[in-house]
Design a protein around this ligand. Sequence first.
Ligand code: SF4
Length: 125
Amino acid sequence: MVKKPRFILCVCRGDCPGFAKLNVWQFVNFVREQLDVEYVVVHPQLCVWDGENFLNDLLKEGSKDTVYVIGACDPRLQRKLFKESFASKGLDIDKQLIPLDLRNMTTEDAIKKVEETISKIMEQP
Ligand code: SF4
């Protein structure tokens, strides 16, 4: 059975215009209550020092079967920003990080995107 992914939302400090259309609490409550996730976490700025400290605590050494879906900015940027944290725990960022760009999305569109992503993960054999 596929392990439920963990979902992290980074809201870019909460004042970035890119997230202005997203109702953060409506969105995260939908994800945690309706989708197959282990849990949901909201962080204000994952790519600075405290975000890095948080990721370094959250990512578990050698847990190769855990997938982290991060809703934030550009997926290529996310891979670049988080690669050291994943590498430091021996995790494979290409397989264990699913970065989603949720910028400029309405709450409904963001829900749809995450719903499709989680369903795909859970359908894997
Ligand atoms: S990880 Fe991306 S969305 Fe989050 S604060 Fe940094 S630039 Fe903004």
